[in-house]
Design a protein around this ligand. Structure first.
Ligand SMILES: Nc1nc2c(ncn2[C@@H]2O[C@H](COP(=O)(O)OP(=O)(O)OP(=O)(O)O)[C@@H](O)[C@H]2O)c(=O)[nH]1
Ligand SMILES: [Mg+2]
Length: 334
């Protein structure tokens, strides 16, 4: 399933560097004091969520990751350098589970969320730390602590901001392609899209995930067609775009609108209550625009009119989306 992605990986934070045992040496100074430096700290394993990423492929083909070890301390109070952290970038919606016991360690549920999952080992102390009044020449220094190690399971559940909904052939995939860099299959017949497509819509440098799902038909909630399996996914989106083909005349348009609304309502009350923008598509094909817009506004007075082919209405659609998503996010945040 496109929306679910799982990966088991082994992680190892860096070991701390060993502390050093050393004594100050200088000409004519016979008994130098202890001057062994401390070991550096091992690097942490850090995860960060980025909404521009769409799959766990973002971490590459490797299944084992280790952060750098801390360097050992040296003489002349030279402290070992800390090991660099290892930062793994993953998509928003990534759950990190303990692979053995299955419990959730972290849910990276928003853009920029960051967690230090495994801490690097502390560096060992050098021998000056062990000097005392009775022992001015300690030979003892500490080894670095080992970094944490763990098998984890990454599980991605994409939370799209926008879900495209509509009858087959309504122009969902075409709109996705017009708004994002996604290249979904587009064809002049129903059921072109068989699995969900995701794309990133960037507005003012802010990335939004848009999900295009297979069209739904009358009876979808009873299992007809392909749509119902995917309604489950748009359930997790923040805003729905209900696409209605305006090019087939007023009556067909009204019927298309009601069919989809009815299916959504039959599927779930929550989905029906989700913020929904009605978007009439293929407007450049419409002959009697007055009649169409009048009928459309009766169905939804905030209706939007677009043509993915000419680009008409896309800027207004984006602006409206930004506001709707912001409102939905605020609502979700309580
Ligand atoms: N003239 C015109 N044709 C459009 C426009 N948008 C989509 N189409 C055409 O409508 C047909 C269906 O478009 P798709 O984007 O595949 O429709 P869909 O809703 O994804 O269809 P399914 O995946 O089957 O549910 C294609 O032939 C598109 O080229 C538009 O703005 N203008
Ligand atoms: Mg499609």
């Amino acid at each position: 399933m496109v929306f679910r992605d799982e990966l088991r990986i082994r992680l190892k934070a860096g070991d701390g560097g060993n502390g050093c045992t050393s004594f100050h040496r200088e000409k004519y100074v016979p008994k130098g004091g202890p001057d062994g430096g401390d070991g550096g700290k091992g690097g942490d394993i850090v995860f960060e969520a980025d909404q521009r990423l769409l799959s766990l492929e973002s971490i590459g083909a490797r299944r084992q990751f280790a952060a750098r070890n801390g360097e050992p301390g040296g003489g002349s109070k030279c402290h070992g350098r800390d090991g660099a952290d290892l930062v793994l970038m993953v998509p928003v919606g990534t759950l990190i589970r303990d692979a053995e016991r299955g419990h959730v360690l972290k849910d990276l549920d928003r853009h920029g969320a960051r967690v230090v999952l495994l801490a690097g080992g502390k560096g060992g102390r050098g021998n000056p730390h062990f000097a005392s009044a009775v022992n001015r020449t300690p030979r003892r220094s500490e080894p670095g602590r080992p970094g944490e190690e763990r098998m984890v399971l990454l599980e991605l559940r994409t939370i799209a901001d926008v879900g495209l909904l509509g009858l087959p052939n309504a122009g969902k995939s075409t709109l996705l392609a017009a708004l994002t860099h996604a290249k979904p299959e587009i064809a002049p017949y129903p059921f072109t899209t068989l699995t969900p497509n995701l794309g990133i819509l960037e507005i003012d440098y802010e990335p939004y995930v848009v999900a295009d799902v297979p069209g739904i038909i009358e009876g979808a909630h009873q299992g007809k067609g392909l749509g119902v399996r995917f309604l489950k996914h748009v359930e997790r989106t923040r805003v729905l775009l209900h696409l209605v083909d305006a090019s087939c005349g007023v009556e067909a348009m009204q019927e298309a609108f009601s069919t989809v609304r009815a299916e959504v309502a039959a599927y779930s009350v929550e989905l029906a209550a989700k913020p929904t923008l009605t978007v009439f598509t293929k407007m450049e094909l419409v002959a009697d625009e007055k009649a169409v817009t009048k009928a459309a506004k009766k169905l939804d007075k905030a209706a939007l009119f677009v043509s993915a082919h000419t680009g008409r209405g896309l800027d207004e659609l984006k602006a409206t989306l930004v506001t709707a998503i912001a409102r939905a996010r605020k609502f979700a945040a309580g």
